[in-house]
Design a binder for this molecule. Structure first.
Ligand SMILES: [Zn+2]
Ligand SMILES: [Zn+2]
Length: 102
C-alpha cells in the first residue's frame, strides 16, 4: 500500500503534474501540489517551484551571502536574476538587502 503511494508520487514528480490534485503542479522542493498561480518559473531555465519555497531559498542564500542566488534545480547552473528575486520576496527590507548586495 505504502510502496504503491510512493511510486505514485514519483510518477507525479517526473511528469511535474498531478492530475488528481485539482490541476496543480508538484513543487520539487516541498513536494506539495501547488496551483499554477502559486508557481514561479525562473527566467533563463524555466525550472518551476512554488513561490513560498523560492522565497525561502533566496533568503537562505542571502543569509550566507551566496549571490547571485543559484537555481534550486539539480545541476542546473542557472542563477535567479535579481528582478526575479524581488518578485518573490514579500518583505521589502529583504528586497533592499538583496539589491544592495548585488
Ligand atoms: Zn514548494
Ligand atoms: Zn534551473
Amino acid at each position: 500500500m505504502f510502496k504503491c503511494a510512493v511510486l505514485h508520487v514519483l510518477r507525479n514528480m517526473q511528469e511535474g503534474y498531478n492530475p488528481e490534485g485539482g490541476g496543480g503542479f508538484i513543487c520539487d522542493i516541498c513536494m506539495n501540489s501547488v496551483a499554477v498561480e502559486s508557481m514561479h518559473a525562473i527566467a533563463g531555465c524555466f525550472h518551476e517551484y512554488c513561490k513560498g519555497c523560492l522565497e525561502q531559498h533566496i533568503l537562505v542564500h542571502m543569509e550566507s551571502k551566496n549571490l547571485p542566488v543559484p537555481c534550486p534545480g539539480m545541476e542546473c547552473g542557472n542563477s535567479i536574476a535579481v528582478h526575479d528575486c524581488t518578485l518573490l520576496l514579500c518583505n521589502q527590507t529583504d528586497v533592499h538587502r538583496l539589491v544592495q548586495a548585488s
